[in-house]
Design a protein around this ligand. Structure first.
Ligand code: ADP
Ligand code: MG
Length: 313
């Protein structure tokens, strides 16, 4: 199969056939030299890109469907973290070979992740290389001035997260455990990200571990935080582990793709009045003036030795 029939069969046909894979505002998708989008009035373009390298960002034996899903999900998660509504993705893929079964599963996983949010695959690039490498670029829109940035946390704000932490990191070390799906199929929190516009004072998505990622908010906002470790939302599997082990997963494990945000108690009240219990949210700590991250467990301070995932250590 040559490059053009591969693109046609696994990426173009489906994205044109299925209604749930067509996004509003896409004038021209796959097939020309570039895609054409009609920007919505009074919105800012939000754009982000992430690369997944086989053996580094996912184990080599990860099913193709999960790789496709995750390639899209980690990028949609970055848009969620800005409070953006996702619209489209581009896919640059470097493949060792054109394995048709693999490609069918991969593209299905990618489309399965995109369909619920009506995100359209509008272009990309296909090349051959010894290491499977996938770069997705995601585009979305936010009303002008309403993006939720890392900067903006205020003293007295609550620190909150959108779901359980540490499960993916646990699954990475315990293959075929009951938490495997959390590693293979992260859920981008796009609806929550949009709902938090006008409420959250700062936000990001947790990809490299809560402690490290929250550190980015604290640095950008020039504030500190105190976290209560007993408030961290943990799955029943993690709750069975020794405290120092389960907190290590929750604080320094990667690949959670939950949102971490700060919000004033008053705004949080307003958010709940508007949204009821539509989202599972957890207060885990508070923003303080003194810079740095302080961890407390049963009122006593705790040290964390491994701060989170880094590529060049
Ligand atoms: P060019 O040589 O002009 O860059 P290509 O042959 O690379 O064109 O791509 C042809 C069309 O297919 C373009 O619209 C491009 O965006 C799209 N495309 C290529 N690879 C992919 C892919 N992996 N996923 C989605 N679209 C792709
Ligand atoms: Mg090209």
């Amino acid at each position: 199969m040559n490059e053009f029939s591969l693109i046609q069969r696994f990426f173009k046909e489906k994205s044109l056939q299925q209604q749930s894979l067509k996004a509003d505002g896409v004038v021209l998708g796959i097939g020309d030299d570039a895609a054409l989008l009609q920007p919505p009035a009074d919105q800012q373009l939000v754009i982000s890109t992430d690369t997944l390298v086989a053996g580094r960002h996912f184990p080599l034996d990860t099913p193709a469907h999960a790789i496709g899903w995750k390639s899209a999900a980690v990028n949609l998660s970055d848009l969620a973290a800005m409070g953006a509504t996702p619209q489209a993705i581009l896919l640059a893929i470097s493949l060792p070979s054109a394995d048709e079964d693999w490609l069918a599963q991969f593209s299905q996983g990618l489309f399965d992740c995109c369909a619920p949010a009506k995100v359209q695959l509008i272009g990309g690039d296909t090349t051959k290389s010894p290491t499977l490498t996938i770069t997705v670029t995601a585009l979305g829109w936010v009303p002008t001035g309403q993006a939720i940035c890392r900067q903006g946390a205020q003293v007295g704000d609550l620190v909150m997260v959108s779901g359980k932490l540490g499960d993916a990191a646990y699954a990475l070390q315990h293959p075929a455990s009951d938490l495997q799906r959390k590693l293979d199929y992260p859920q981008a929190r796009n609806e929550l990200g949009v709902a938090l516009r006008g409420y959250a004072s700062s936000m990001l998505d947790i990809s490299d571990g809560l402690a490290q990622d929250l550190g980015h908010i604290l640095e950008a906002s020039q504030v500190g935080a105190v976290l209560q470790l007993e408030s961290l939302p943990l799955s029943s599997t993690l709750q069975l582990l020794e405290p120092h082990i389960r907190f290590q997963y929750a604080l320094a494990g990667g690949d959670d793709y939950e949102l971490c945000f700060t919000i004033s108690p008053q705004r949080l009240k307003g958010f709940y009045e508007k949204n009821g219990s539509a989202f599972q949210l957890h207060v885990i700590g508070e923003i303080v003036a003194e810079q740095g991250l302080v961890l407390q467990y049963q009122q006593a301070p705790v040290e964390l030795n491994n701060k989170g995932y880094q590529h060049f250590d």
